[in-house]
Unconditional design. Structure first.
Length: 359
């Protein structure tokens, strides 16, 4: 592969640096993310997973516990365990044993994402936050925006923020935005007293993925200033969905069920991580970014929208791996590269053996 021709988005020293990392570094993960369920009490228009009450698959608890214990021992795994959904708190009998397992296994940051449906009253918020504290939870990612507000009243968020602070659980009040719906619009729905209890307030753009593709016009989505040139190597979350399938991230790839990298119900997460680390297709994606696949797709005759039609590199990644035909094209490309490398190696060995025989 001519690295410069294949990756015009990486310039100068960046090419050498990222290519060197791809050739020499192991794939590392900031955290282990486990999706408890694909079910949610809400049905937000912007949900990248298309979660809702119609879904209802729940992860196998024993397999998830084993995964947590094994992942904690991996030198390639960070110190954070994160539980998500759907809405993870719909299944506390599954969720809390996993919190406890993560704590016992040595994860030092134990967190979850929630829409706080369980905090409608001060009493219920107090009880849940107390239980989280005992289970080892250190951080709660609180989802709140224009779309969540249509399903859960602001009291849920207010109570969650106040009682998390009471029990020493940090909170990140997370907003998602589009061009029509800003942070200010939903922030003013909340009690300012409660908002001051948040440890952090953050905002990100709605992903062009899942239900958002169907429910929102394309022009509503913000585009990243770097376009599709992003690289995810330093921001990976090893993600296990509710079916036990393993993915390298949780930003849309985990919904591409035609391209998972193993299943914790069948294999050790350590073995799966080893296989992922040696997968040339995944290594190029991680270290060079999905834009490095752009030319591969077009060279094989695949119709790909112009680069400026994608909002960011996650959008492009989801475009590639959510489609069977495009996955097959990329896989075949790397299989061919691997086969060509083997044939070249055999040819070199045969030449050396022939020369030795002649001697």
């Amino acid at each position: 592969m001519n690295i410069e021709q294949e990756n015009p988005h990486l310039l100068g020293e960046d090419i050498v640096y990222h290519y060197y990392r791809m050739q020499s570094e192991p794939i590392q993960y900031l955290s282990l993310g486990i999706e408890i369920t694909d079910k949610c009490n809400a049905k937000c228009d912007i949900c990248y997973q298309s979660a809702g009450i119609h879904n209802g698959h729940v992860i196998n608890v024993d397999a998830a516990k084993k995964c947590i214990r094994e992942a904690a021992k991996s030198p390639y795994m960070g110190t954070r365990f994160h539980a998500v959904g759907g809405e993870a708190f719909l299944y506390p009998k599954v969720l809390f044993p996993l919190f406890e397992e993560a704590k016992a296994s040595g994860f030092t940051e134990i967190s979850a994402t929630t829409n706080c449906f369980w905090a409608r009253t001060e009493k219920s918020a107090d009880a849940m936050c107390s239980k989280m504290k005992d289970a080892g939870v250190t951080l709660l990612e609180v989802s709140w925006d224009y779309w969540h507000a249509q399903h859960n009243p602001p009291e849920c968020i207010n109570n969650c923020l106040i009682y998390c602070r009471k029990y020493g659980i940090r909170t990140n009040l997370r907003f998602l935005t589009t061009k029509s719906h800003s942070i200010e619009e939903t922030l003013k729905m909340l009690d300012p007293f409660a908002v001051r209890h948040a440890s952090q307030i953050s905002s990100s753009y709605v992903l062009y993925s899942g239900r958002a593709i169907e429910m929102l016009p394309r022009e509503e989505f913000y585009s990243n200033i770097n376009g599709i040139s992003g690289i995810c190597v330093d921001a990976l979350v090893l993600t296990v969905n509710s079916y036990g399938e393993v993915y390298p991230c949780c930003a849309g790839f985990d919904t591409c069920r035609n391209c998972n990298f193993g299943n914790i119900n069948d294999s050790s997460i350590i073995d799966i991580m080893d296989d992922m680390n040696s997968d040339p297709m995944l290594r190029q994606l991680v270290f060079l970014g999905p834009k490095s696949y752009y030319k591969i797709l077009t060279d094989y005759g695949c119709k790909v929208p112009e680069e400026n039609k994608f909002t960011n590199h996650c959008d492009l990644c989801h475009f590639i791996f959510s489609n069977d035909e495009r996955v097959k094209i990329v896989r075949n490309h790397f299989d061919k590269l691997q086969q060509d490398s083997i044939e070249k190696a055999i040819a070199v060995l045969e030449k050396k053996l022939s020369a030795k025989v002649l001697e």
